[in-house]
Design a protein around this ligand. Sequence first.
Ligand code: FAD
Length: 401
Amino acid sequence: MSAQHEARTATAHHVVILGAGYAGMSAAIQLAARVRRHEDVQVTLVNAQERFAERLRLHMTGTGQRLSELSIPELLEGTGVRFVRGWVTAVDAAAKTVRMDDRHTLRYDTLVYGLGSVADTESVPGAAEYAHTFDSVHDAEVLAARLARLAGGTVMVAGSGLTGIETAAEIAERYPESHVVLLGRQEPGVTMNPKARGYLHAALDRLGVTVRSGVEVAEVLPDAVKLTGGERVDADVVVWTGGTRISPLAAAAGLTVDERGRIVTDTALRSVSHPEVYAVGDAAAIRQGYGLMHGTCQGGMPTGVHAAVSIARTLKGKQPKAFRFGYYHAPVSLGRDDAVVQFTHPDNSPRRICLTGRRAAWYKETVTASPWPTYGRMKKMPASGVFWPRGGRFTRIGEAR
Ligand SMILES: Cc1cc2nc3c(=O)[nH]c(=O)nc-3n(C[C@H](O)[C@H](O)[C@H](O)COP(=O)(O)OP(=O)(O)OC[C@H]3O[C@@H](n4cnc5c(N)ncnc54)[C@H](O)[C@@H]3O)c2cc1C
């Protein structure tokens, strides 16, 4: 390193982005493109793996389907972003440092926290020990290996939200000799309109998935689950899709978090307790006029872009703008050739219009495949990443429906 470069690094404004998921990648690429000509700004992206984990496709990995290897360092080539591979073990919000598992520390002036979420296996005894999750590509591959050895038997998907539905359908399609049970508190597709919900149930029925709703798992055992009320349901494999939890790092750092451990943000996505920290994606508790956003890729990518735009504005001495986002769809795959897409109002309530069948499967695949090319476009044209539905009157605080 030249003396000149060292001096520049010492005086530079360091932006450290934690997590290269859908939100963190959006923040890194967008910010790099906006500060390209500012030699006094250094952007560092930290992630556990070099491979981009396409979480939207982990139920495919979990059923033994091979996905493209998407390399984060390759995507970052030419952007000026420094990539650090490693596991973050602590954030010291007072000292403005991040501790890595190899014990080295990274100093920051501005932090973007995008460490995502993992399956909530802590709230039910036995889930962490005996249930499979989609927390990482590795976890999905462990499930795939288990299913490949199964040859029949019962696979229980515990959690009847959209991830649980996609998982149950995918497993039933790939392993028709297995009996798949989708079990949860809510009826699958409860947030959809009657037509979409009816289609969903018919598809699950066609795939041979047994649906049990209105039940709650009290304990996961090595070969069964126990429901509240005491009933035991045998299962050779349990996949846990019953809600998510957030890494305890943010709370341990003293950042203000909500009851689920998400960083509470102001309207510009800055931590309310530490404004030099931006929170994005699943790890952020972001309030809109309709309530708190829930973790999705469709909302996560805009949060990353908005944080980057805000940081770039702040570096120029401007004020960041308020973040606004409205939902527009809930696409759900039902195996590889079928899907249902519920179009939504900005507050995520269902519209009358939905897509089903092959057209819906094509739509879902197009949406799922879109983040990586979007990052590629943003490298050259950052403005191409700033288009998302702002939600109109639904997202104006005080004007929610
Ligand atoms: C099977 C499945 C299907 C889904 N389908 C959909 C869908 O169709 N549509 C939709 O909108 N959403 C879907 N979701 C939800 C969506 O994947 C998440 O909302 C989204 O990934 C959140 O993005 P994020 O950037 O906040 O976090 P993530 O994408 O989870 O990224 C977080 C990153 O941080 C890294 N990381 C975490 N902790 C550390 C640490 N301590 N040190 C270093 N690195 C760390 C992780 O390895 C990861 O790369 C699905 C989720 C699953 C599991």
